[in-house]
Design a protein around this ligand. Structure first.
Ligand code: ATP
Ligand code: MG
Ligand code: MG
Length: 381
């Protein structure tokens, strides 16, 4: 009986465990919070990732370890990797944890990125703004997620407020300044690489964010095969450069038909949740197959899919459950503003079928504003 250890016990760990059950796998999660939602049905070690005793207990009970949480300290990942196989490797995790390191790598690999600058001091911020221009975004290099740790600088008048908000973190987690990209759309590649270097990607996905948090994903994205191939090429190059094993997502902006890389998520990704019902093999199952050295599953889609994220609190499930291709996911978390508490996936044989389902669900939940951008994209294609 193989036990997979997962650092981080949130909804990603929960969905990994659900997908691994048919493969006969056991799981152990580790989280700093005793009420982490994967712990509702997966054994859990509660402890700080820097606590050697807790990590040692975790290591002693698992055959292989992976992550649901990308901000596990790099030293803890390294320590663990000296005791048990860890995928993705700690170097890949370290690069993806640091926006400056990941953008530098993208650039080295010839993957276009928005202009950026390392910001260590207030003077560097002024210099960066004079080079990059406004609008731009000041972000923490590390620990940001769901748009947290970011300040949008619309004009020179905002610089003081930006430094006030984030300046103290320049010497702790570091800061990066990025040009603001007036993108037409956001896309992601969710891909997997096996231990022996086989690479597979799911169809390109288009994503919509509200207040920096993912709101909806549509697959396949309404994009040309040339654009998709370019995106897959970038993802493959990155995975090879990092000797990456497992599932990851590459977030991209599309502007004037050109792709710019935003960030690399070194784990299964919210924009790949539709693969549970919408693909031959889900991102969760393929991640497990990859880290265990098993053959990868087919990443082909079954028709079309749209995922709607539930942020803050869950709406009524009935309008989704009434849909023939409607699937409901409740993460078992208590409601809290800005928190991802669940999602729904709508699957259909055609894009028009997705439109009809989205309209019904949007009206049934009075969430037209969440579904309308997706409906408009399908209509415009
Ligand atoms: P995630 O939850 O995806 O990990 P994050 O906190 O790491 O998010 P980003 O992905 O960098 O942050 O930013 C969140 C969102 O903010 C992006 O998906 C995009 O909508 C917007 N955004 C970020 N950077 C830029 C940029 N340089 N130009 C325009 N919009 C941006
Ligand atoms: Mg991120
Ligand atoms: Mg992001």
């Amino acid at each position: 009986m193989t036990t997979v250890g997962i650092l981080g016990g949130g909804q990603l760990a929960r969905m990994l465990a659900l997908s691994g059950a048919p493969l006969g796998l056991r799981f152990l999660v580790m989280d700093t919070a005793a009420d982490a939602c994967a712990g509702q049905f997966v054994p859990m070690v509660v402890g700080d990732y820097r606590d050697e005793a807790a990590l040692a207990e975790f290591a002693s009970r698992v055959d292989v370890a992976t992550f649901d949480f990308e901000n596990v300290p790099a030293e803890s990942a390294q320590w663990l990797s000296e005791r048990v196989p860890v995928f993705p490797n700690p170097r890949a995790l370290g690069v993806a944890q640091d926006r400056l390191a990941e953008k530098t790598l993208f650039r080295e690999l010839g993957i276009p990125v928005p202009d950026f600058a390392d910001i260590a001091t207030r003077a560097a911020l002024d210099e960066g703004i004079s080079r990059i221009g406004v609008p731009c975004i000041l972000k923490t290099r590390r620990l940001g997620y769901d748009g947290k740790g970011q300040f949008r600088i619309k004009s020179a008048a905002d610089v003081d407020a930006a430094w006030q908000a984030l300046g103290a973190q320049a010497q702790t987690v570091g800061l990066i300044l990025e040009a603001f990209v007036p993108f037409e759309r956001e896309l992601s590649v969710v891909a997997v690489r096996s231990r022996d270097g086989e690479f597979r990607a799911w169809p390109l996905t288009e994503n919509w964010h509200v207040d920096g948090v993912l709101s909806a994903s549509l697959a396949p994205a309404q994009a040309s095969s040339e654009l998709a191939d370019t995106a897959f090429g970038y993802a493959r190059k990155l995975a090879e450069a990092l000797d990456y094993v497992g599932v990851f997502a590459l977030e991209l902006f599309c502007r004037d038909g050109q792709l710019l890389a935003n960030e690399l998520a070194p784990r299964v990704h919210n924009s790949g949740h539709w693969t549970i019902e919408g693909a031959e093999t889900s991102q969760f199952e393929n991640h497990l197959r990859a880290v265990l050295g098993l053959p990868l599953g087919d990443t082909r889609m079954l028709g079309h899919a749209c995922m709607l994220n539930w942020v803050g609190e869950l709406p009524d499930a009935a309008p989704v459950l009434r849909e023939p291709g409607g699937h409901w996911h409740d993460y078992g978390k208590s409601p809290r503003a800005g928190r991802k508490v669940g999602h729904a996936t709508l699957r259909a044989d055609s894009a028009e079928g997705i439109t009809r389902a989205l309209r019904r669900v949007g009206a049934g939940l009075k969430r037209e504003s969440q579904v309308d951008p997706v409906v408009a994209r399908i209509a415009g294609a």
